[in-house]
Design a protein around this ligand. Structure first.
Ligand code: ADP
Ligand code: GN1
Ligand code: MG
Length: 356
């Protein structure tokens, strides 16, 4: 099926009409294929779901729709002020549509918005972190047991390192020699896994977003304020330290996640501070002392773990994250390890921001 045939078929499925149908990629997500489908003055986001990553697509949609419903109720009661990302039904009242054995869904297009891949300044970081904090606060009375586990052990660092070890042993695509330094670096981080095992039992399980990267929220084009938290695909129960940590991972560096300018990859202190301020404010009445204390660990774990995941995928021949060139995952891994090392080096200046 050509791009245009897909566009026509999706336009019919979602009742967009037949006038001047256009389709174009939007955003820089690594997992799904995200497109803006337009016809006349109507537009929706259509996404081809990556069913290798998300085998239970129905579970994924059900999860997101439960969250949609909860947030909508909050918004109707003036307890949540952001826009809500919503699924669109097909003409047959389905949320999933099959095209040529590929699985598609549609989302309402949130217009007048933009996403960022690199945070510009502290003010933007506060706005984004505050939006993720509002999202977490709004889900505080949502029973996360209602959510199916879309990806088991998603933020289990020990499991991620064990997956890396499997790929090292297999060396499927003969890439081990090209990344032995990074592999040795990972294996040497055992103390982080030990620290995590000690801390987790003291933390409450929360309904988490689990992918709080900067491009998973939308800013308003005119006011530059927060417009919506998006990409609810990995919402599951978990620990807030990982949502905090993924913000540190994706907001703090002045370089994009795949930049090879490693000399410039570092944690910007004012951005770290801004994340703490923005995220903690909406949660201050419910956040426990142990959780606030765990945020430092969450930052270390997320920077290191996503690096491990990129490296694992590189060793496996790039089966998980979408890539633009063969060494892309290795470049991403190197970038994340540089960021992790910057975090460790700046502990004494950064950590005080987490004191009450
Ligand atoms: P992935 O799961 O691949 O990360 P996302 O759902 O995060 O896909 O979408 C990728 C990008 O597409 C986002 O970063 C954002 O720029 C854009 N986007 C996604 N959904 C919408 C929407 N409903 N309205 C406007 N832009 C969107
Ligand atoms: C993926 O889907 P996207 O691009 O928002 C990944 C995250 C990683 C991130 C790294 C389902 O997020 O876990 O942290 O890439 N999502 C999934 O940039 O694996
Ligand atoms: Mg995304």
């Amino acid at each position: 099926m050509t791009y245009q045939q897909q566009a026509n078929a999706l336009s019919t499925q979602y009742g967009l009409g037949e006038d001047g149908i256009s389709i174009k990629p939007i955003g820089n997500g690594h997992i799904n294929t995200t497109l803006l489908l337009q016809s006349g003055n109507k537009g929706i986001v259509v996404q081809k779901l990556n069913t290798q990553v998300f085998p239970d697509v129905q579970g994924l949609v059900n999860n997101a729709r439960k969250i949609e419903a909860h947030l909508t109720e909050k918004r109707n009661n003036a307890q949540y002020n952001l826009e809500i990302i919503k699924h669109v039904e097909s003409k047959d009242n389905q949320y999933l549509v099959d095209l040529d054995n590929e699985c598609w869904r549609a989302l309402e297009f949130i217009g007048g918005s933009f996403s960022e891949d690199v945070v510009e300044n502290a003010e933007q970081a506060t706005i984004a972190a505050n939006a993720f904090g509002q999202f977490a606060a709004a889900l505080n009375d949502f029973d996360a047991h209602q959510l199916v586990t879309v990806i088991p052990e998603f933020h289990n660092l020990a499991m991620r390192v064990s997956q890396l070890q499997d790929k090292i042993l297999a060396d499927n695509v003969a890439r081990l020699a090209s990344c032995q330094t990074e592999v040795d670096f990972c294996i040497a981080q055992q103390s982080l896994l030990d620290e995590l095992a000690r801390v987790c039992p003291d933390l409450p399980l929360r309904a988490c977003h689990n992918d709080t990267k900067i491009n998973n929220m939308l800013f308003c084009t005119t006011t530059k304020k927060a417009k919506a938290v998006i990409d609810l695909d990995t919402c599951m129960s978990g620990y807030w330290m990982f949502d905090f940590g993924d913000m540190v991972r994706t907001f703090c560096s002045p370089e994009a996640e795949d930049s090879t300018n490693l000399a410039n990859v570092e944690v910007r202190e004012e951005i770290f501070q801004a994340i703490v301020e923005g995220y903690v404010a909406p949660l201050k009445d419910v956040l426990t002392d142990a959780e606030l204390e765990s945020f430092w660990l969450g930052a270390k774990v997320m920077c290191f773990m996503i690096g491990v995941r990129f490296l694992t995928d590189y060793l496996d021949g790039d089966n998980y994250f979408s890539i633009k060139y063969p060494e892309h995952n290795l470049d991403r891994a190197r970038n994340q390890f540089a960021l992790y090392q910057s975090l460790l080096a700046k502990e004494s200046v950064l950590k005080p921001a987490l004191l009450k």
